[in-house]
Every structure is written in C-alpha cells, then in structure tokens.
Ligand binder design. Structure first.
Ligand SMILES: *Cc1c(COP(=O)(O)O)cnc(C)c1O
Length: 304
C-alpha cells in the first residue's frame, strides 16, 4: 500500500449521497438529498477536512513540519487540524481566542488528544493575526476556519464527486470558503445547479465580497435571515426543528451550521422559493462538536 493509499483509508472519500424523507419535503414533492461529508470521519467536520487539503499540500511542499492555526474555544477547524496533523505526522498548535477561554472543554480536549498544543492569546493579539496565511521558520500558519484561496482547492471535490444532477445545491456558510470552492467547480464543470449559501452569522454584510475576493466569478445566492440570533445562537424554532428532523430522518444536525441550513431549506420549500418537484442537494458539513458544550445541550434539555 502506498503512503497515499494508507492516508486515504482514514477518510471516507467520496462521501456518500443519501436521500432524506421528511414531511415538509414530501408535501411539495421535493426530493432532498444530503451529501454526507459528516461521514468522512467520525470527529473531523467534513468541510474542514476538505479545506485543509490545499494547506497541507502547500505545507508539505514548503517542507513545513509544523502547522499553527487559529480558532475559538469550540472550533471545528482546530479539531480537524489536530486530527489531520496526527494522521499526517505534522506537529500542530492551536491559538485560541481570548485569555479567559476554558482550555478544558470537550472540543479542546479532543484537540489535545490528537496531539495539538493549545495556547490562549488576548482578543487583540488574535484579531491582528488570525487571517494571515504565512510561513515562518518552517511553520505554516493557516488562517482561522481555513479561510483563503488554498482552502478552496479541496472543496471543489465536493462537486467533482457528484454522480447525479440537481436543481439546487445548499450549504451552510461561515467564512464562505466551502461555498467558493463549490461555485468554482460548478463553473468549471459547466453544471447548471443553482448554488445557495445560508449564512450562520448575523449581519455578515461583507461576506459576499469576501467570497468574491476568493473566486471573482462565483455565482450564488446568499441568505442572511436564518441565523436564529447570531453565530452559535439557537432559537426555540431551531431546536424544535432539529429534534424533529433528526428524529424522523436519522440524520444528526448540529445547531451551529447544518441545523440552520436545513431549517432554511425547509422554509424555502414551504414558501415555494424552491419549486415543487425540484431535486435539492444539501451538503452535510459535519459539525458534531457543535453540540459538545453545556449551553448547546441546554437547548435540547428535557422539559420540566
Ligand atoms: C466551518 C463550518 C462551516 C462553514 O464553512 P465555511 O467554509 O467557513 O463557510 C459549515 N459547516 C460546518 C459543520 C463547519 O464546521
């Protein structure tokens, strides 16, 4: 087995596509499929793994044996980087936003298990550096969330792996790097699907231009009305929807990203924005670690 094959065996690529049966879709005769990037790895969020491909390739080409990257204390990107580093034999360091962040939460504990060393810095220091991709003394610095042009590369494969065609493709949007990669691949392949991004942030007014700065020809619709209160905020309707969806489809959604995306898809189907009889593909980006904190768990607590 070559080194390439050995590494590939750690991840489920291509990720499978599953049809989901849910009443709100059935009523409109809309066929909804999910590309299960959450099944690429049990812990690593699928799109974080995809975004890392381009960065890891560059790090290896530049003979960097150490990766330094940035994230909040519950960052999916940090866990993905830690796991990828362990598998690839790269040393990893996570710079955590805020001097008061709890380093012993479940997400950073996972990072440490995968061998990452976690360091806190002040918000000011963090904000100065977290978006700059650079190489210093054999260390490769990856921006927060894998945002940037190298991040796009691996996300193109999401589209390249598709065997069927659809009318619409949806994904949750944080930095927009995943959306940018998908848009680029749709264009290159001459595919007709309409691409939709659901922003999980409140009032992310510069998002559109940031995505266009990654890939100028990007063609997509961005929705800003499905944030449910802001990043990592959960409304009662959202937690109710997630319980209902997961309980009736068997597909686990996280409240930070994929829950908001599927809530948006359901709403747009009900409103007829997605026409009856359409075929829709939703990218399940993963994000299981989004459930791993007390505040999130309280949204799903038993009543009474
Ligand atoms: C980070 C993340 C996203 C957002 O990806 P971007 O490329 O930053 O837009 C979506 N879903 C999950 C589960 C994530 O962890």
């Amino acid at each position: 087995m070559s080194e390439r094959e050995r590494l590939a065996a750690f991840f489920r690529i291509p990720s499978p596509v599953h049809e989901v049966k849910f009443d709100a879709f059935r009523e409109r005769n809309v066929e909804v499929f999910m590309k299960r990037d959450d099944l690429i790895h049990p812990i690593v969020s699928g799109n974080k793994w995809r975004k890392l491909q381009g960065y890891v390739k560059q790090a290896q080409e530049q003979e960097c044996h150490s990766i330094i990257t940035y994230g909040g204390a519950f960052s999916n990107h940090l866990v993905a980087t830690a796991a990828a580093g362990a598998i690839l034999g790269l040393k990893t360091t996570g710079i955590i936003r805020g001097n008061h962040a709890d380093l012993n939460n479940p997400v950073l504990t996972l990072c440490r298990l995968f061998g990452m060393s976690c360091k806190r810095v002040s918000n000011v220091e963090y904000d100065e550096l977290h978006r700059i991709e650079r190489i210093e003394k054999g260390c490769y610095y990856i921006p927060e969330g894998g945002y940037g042009k190298p991040g796009i590369l691996g996300c193109k494969a999401i589209i390249e792996e598709l065997q069927d065609s659809y009318n619409h493709i949806f994904c949750a949007v944080g930095t927009g790097t995943t959306l940018a990669g998908m848009s680029e691949a749709l264009l290159e392949k001459g595919r007709e699907e309409q691409l939709h991004g659901i922003s999980v942030l409140k009032g992310a007014t510069s998002l559109e231009s940031e995505i266009k700065s990654l890939t100028p020809q990007a063609n997509f619709s961005l929705y800003h009305e499905f944030h449910h209160g802001g990043y990592a905020q959960v409304s009662d309707e959202l937690s109710k929807f997630i319980k209902d969806f997961t309980g009736s489809t068997g597909v686990l959604l996280d409240p930070v990203y994929t829950g908001k995306m599927m809530y948006a898809v359901k709403t747009l189907v009900e409103q007829g924005v997605i026409k009856d009889n359409s075929r829709v593909l939703c990218l399940h980006t993963g994000g299981l670690t989004g459930l791993m904190n007390d505040r999130m768990l309280r949204y799903f607590a038993v009543e009474g």
